[in-house]
Design a protein around this ligand. Structure first.
Ligand code: C5P
Length: 244
């Protein structure tokens, strides 16, 4: 398979067309951004680490009946994916209060939520990815009612799987962001990535609120040891996957 033209360059990935119809190549970058790209930097090895972690998680999810855009991982920082039209929603599932939920509601950091919370954000950099209500989402025709129901249902199913997967890694899944896309048959597929960039992951063996952080919050909050934390997450994922 040969790689053709650059289709799109995002903050963390570049997408290329290939000579196979409806197959794209995603090149994962070491570039890191936060706060709607107001903070920029680089995390050495991040591209390969996130691509490898995402690939393993997509494979595990597929084995549990969740349809994803993942096809193959031809190199540690490259992923072949099915071409999809991305639904312009960032779907966040929360198990424990952190980040914007604490800022916007006053809930103390670390509050365990009785039930997982599914939040929808409008994927629009210019607007700063605002939080949406279901009615606003439908008003803007970002998805149909049926699609919203399917996305919410899938997000909770994925949360059930990921919570227990990360637990096997000795990691608490605090919250995470998903994106979905529609293929040429209008089938809803899980897309984008699942990685320490898109999940809040806390080391179960650490009680210290800074030391336990194994995700992009280390970069966002200048906590240091970012590369080591990402590397440690990768090692734990590989151990769990290989022990099966
Ligand atoms: O910022 P907030 O607390 O709403 O983030 C919730 C979760 O979604 C976090 O795990 C964060 O890493 C992820 N997220 C993301 N991309 C965004 C916004 C949030 O991966 N643009």
């Amino acid at each position: 398979m040969s790689v053709n033209t650059k289709l799109y360059e995002g903050k963390a990935k570049t997408l290329y067309t290939t000579d196979e119809p409806e197959v794209l190549l995603a090149d994962f970058k070491d570039d890191a951004t936060a706060f709607n790209a107001q903070k920029r930097g680089s995390i050495q090895g991040k591209g390969s680490i996130n691509c490898t972690i995402s690939s393993k998680l997509f494979e595990q999810l597929a084995a549990h009946g969740i349809k994803t855009h993942y096809i193959d991982c031809p190199a540690p920082n490259q992923m072949l994916v099915k071409a999809v039209k991305i639904v312009p929603l960032e779907v966040v599932v929360r198990n424990i209060a952190a980040g914007s939920l604490c800022q916007q509601t006053g809930l103390p950091l670390g509050t365990i939520l009785e039930q997982p919370l599914v939040d929808f954000y409008y994927k629009d950099d210019q607007l700063g990815d605002p939080l949406l209500t279901r009615d606003r989402l439908l008003l803007l025709q970002l998805a149909t009612e049926e699609q919203v129901d399917s996305i919410a249902h899938l997000a909770l199913q994925i949360n059930d799987f990921l919570k227990s997967f990360w637990q096997k890694c000795g990691i608490t899944l605090v919250d995470f962001k998903l994106e979905f896309g529609l293929d040429s048959q209008q089938q809803l597929l899980l897309a984008d990535e699942i990685s320490p960039d898109t999940c809040r992951l806390w080391d179960m063996t650490e009680n210290d609120p800074n030391r336990r952080v194994m995700d992009k919050d280390r970069f966002r909050r200048d906590l240091g040891n970012v590369e080591n934390a990402y590397q440690e997450v990768l090692q734990r994922v590989l151990q769990v996957v290989e022990s099966k």
